[in-house]
Design a protein around this ligand. Sequence first.
Ligand SMILES: C[S@@+](CC[C@H](N)C(=O)[O-])C[C@H]1O[C@@H](n2cnc3c(N)ncnc32)[C@H](O)[C@@H]1O
Length: 326
Amino acid sequence: MRDLDSDIFLGVFLGAPNMPGSTYHVPVMARQVKAYLQPAPGMLFLDATAGGGGHSALLLQSGAEVIGLDQDPRALEECRETLQGFGPKARFVESNFREAGETLDEIGETRPLNGALLDIGVSSHQLDEAERGFSLLRDGPLDMRMSPRATQSAADVVNTLSAGELTRIFQNYGEEQNARRIAAKIVEIRDTHPLKTTFDLANAVESASPRRGPKHPATKVFQALRIHVNDELDALRHALQAIPSRLAPGARLAVITFHSLEDRIVKVFFREHSREWIDRPEWPKARRNPDRLFKLLTPHPITPSESEVQRNPRSRSAKLRVVEKI
Ligand SMILES: C[S@@+](CC[C@H](N)C(=O)[O-])C[C@H]1O[C@@H](n2cnc3c(N)ncnc32)[C@H](O)[C@@H]1O
């Protein structure tokens, strides 16, 4: 049997100008994203998380026009270089997607969008670059800022916040059960020497919360700090509010998330804005939902195929949800 995901993967990378086998970031669920967004010539898409340009390439190859945003200027450099062959059909702009509406205004783009994609989180490239400080497997400065405009690095956070504040971050953004113990250990260690590197933090967490399974005990703490440093959940909420008003009727909004906190935000937002009726116990009968914006196309999230997970293990926790503007 043909492996459609592999076909798409090769198509994205071998078909894109200047992209012969690029491995900057393998686009997740490329086949499913293409099937839902249905790119075609004459259409305009917003790729709000351009990253390595994998999904943008997929849309551009179908003849569509793409405006790609990323808050990481290094990612944009990569996109501009690898996708320059698409000429003016591919525009890449440094922006936080929470300001997607303002950014479209600033570049003078008033046409309604025929679709939009958010592929949240960090790219493989960001994870693999030790000096960005995202990965607990690579020793580097404890940074984790996706954008040079972000004020606080992860090192600033762990070396200055109180034990209580760190506990809340680890609980709220990492769902870490040993949050209090880990925060206390960090405060104890930093009293003698500040935590400067990813390995300093990974070792501090491991000394408070010993390894129990195949996952490194600092995994959730790293996730939590990354979310806090980049204010990721709030940015997602703002983007979900901002993007729908720019969509043409019938245009689709696709969101790929990688952990339950993000997925919950998307699930609830899509549900609240796609229900036709709402009911409350105190009402005599159900009423039409005044906030309805969408038709929900994915009552259950779409997940990658087994073959995709085998080929790209980082896709394993991805969930795709899609709505259509009414
Ligand atoms: C998973 S990667 C996207 C990969 C891309 N779809 C591809 O196929 O190459 C996520 C990207 O989103 C960017 N990003 C994350 N949060 C952002 C935000 N709030 N605003 C703009 N870009 C953001 C990151 O810098 C990263 O480059």
